[in-house]
Design a protein around this ligand. Structure first.
Ligand SMILES: NC(=O)c1ccc[n+]([C@@H]2O[C@H](COP(=O)([O-])OP(=O)(O)OC[C@H]3O[C@@H](n4cnc5c(N)ncnc54)[C@H](OP(=O)(O)O)[C@@H]3O)[C@@H](O)[C@H]2O)c1
Length: 324
């Protein structure tokens, strides 16, 4: 591992929307050097970032070596593994093995991948601790919206009693348009898919699975739980009717998909129209209830390549600060 004067060295494991966002923004940070980038097909060693981004965007292979992502994590000397492969809630792979091996090899990990944390939060935080490295995951909850580090650092002097969040931009977009334009669920979902706001298979989002993963991460991080996905009582938005939304609206409420971290629940809930949790469109929001600071609500962009990469960069810079 480098010292405080040498550049911080990173690998980027996963080169989709977020991996490319990270490569794009670290180009402007001279204290950071990317030593390897992996996608599912291979590894670019000592990449020229401009070139590798252009290749990926042009649909060309990025690999210039015979190494695998795991070879990079295990054998290339570097400070931080940025793990940004797809979230898999059934066991967390391939991210779980990447994160586990990185920590075992005394590399700091910064990730936006919920899968490993949902599958093995306690094991991974313990591994980080025993190996004297950081495991940072601001981007797993709320994308660019600060929440993990806000609670851990800024709100360190208060006890957190509950966190309630609107943590899925796709669901929030669908509910907002259904309520404001009196449109049916299927119509808004299909338009959201055309606009790239909802996935072709929207199941993870609309059934509440994605929000439940975020609830698990926050519960384990801040309430000392050892929760997994199975512990969360989940109801999605896929059976919400237009009538229910209009009735709520007439009474001064919006219906939001709310994850309640203390309760370990995800369900559509009534939020007063004037409450700061009532954000519209693809925005995320979280209300943090504390003993001494009262209720603090944050809102921001929960997804997006550069937006999410900004949260990852903030975690990388924290690792850099801790190193010096
Ligand atoms: N997109 C967002 O706005 C957002 C926001 C917050 C959190 N996240 C989380 O961030 C992570 C990345 O999201 P994304 O949108 O960038 O996903 P993505 O576009 O699907 O990209 C995933 C990348 O991982 C690569 N990959 C898959 N298996 C791999 C393996 N075994 N070894 C190395 N690379 C592998 C893929 O390779 P190929 O390119 O070869 O297919 C692809 O480059 C996910 O866990 C997601 O849940 C995303």
């Amino acid at each position: 591992m480098g010292n405080s004067l040498s550049p911080l060295t990173l690998s980027i494991i996963g080169f989709g929307a977020i991996g490319q966002g990270v490569a794009t923004i670290v180009q402007n940070v001279p204290q950071i050097k990317v030593v390897a980038i992996a996608d599912s097909k291979g590894v670019a060693l000592m990449p020229d970032l401009k070139d590798v981004l252009a290749r990926k965007r042009g649909g060309q292979p990025i690999a210039n070596s015979n190494l695998t992502a795991l070879d990079v994590i295990r054998t290339i000397d570097h400070d931080v593994v940025v793990e940004v492969t797809p979230t898999n809630i059934h066991g967390g792979e391939p991210g779980l093995t990447h994160v586990r091996e990185a920590l075992k090899n005394k590399r700091n990990v910064v990730t936006s991948n919920k899968g490993p944390l949902v599958a093995a939060f306690d094991e991974l935080t313990q591994l980080a601790y025993t190996n004297g490295v950081a495991l940072r995951y601001e981007a797993t909850v709320g994308g660019a919206m600060p929440i993990v580090n806000l609670i851990r650092d800024t709100l360190a002097g208060a006890r957190v009693l509950d966190i309630r969040g609107v943590l899925n931009g796709t669901c929030n977009y669908i509910l907002t348009r259904m309520a404001e334009e009196a449109l049916d669920y299927d119509q808004v979902l299909s338009e959201a898919q055309d606009m790239g706001i909802a996935e072709a298979d929207p199941t993870y989002d609309v059934t509440g699975i994605d929000t439940a993963c975020k609830v698990v991460i926050l519960a384990n991080a801040f309430f000392g739980r050892s929760a997994t996905f199975a512990d969360v009582d989940v109801t999605g938005i896929d059976r919400i009717t237009q009538d229910a939304l209009q009735l709520a609206r007439q009474r001064g409420f919006a219906v939001k998909l709310v994850g309640d971290v203390q309760e370990l629940t995800v369900s559509p809930k009534l939020v007063p129209i004037g409450h700061p949790l009532n954000v519209s469109g693809t925005l995320n929001a979280a209300s943090i209830l504390t003993d001494t600071a009262g209720e603090i609500t944050v809102a921001g962009k929960g997804a997006g390549s550069i937006e999410t990469a900004s949260a990852i960069l903030s975690d990388i810079l924290s690792v850099m600060r801790d190193r010096s």
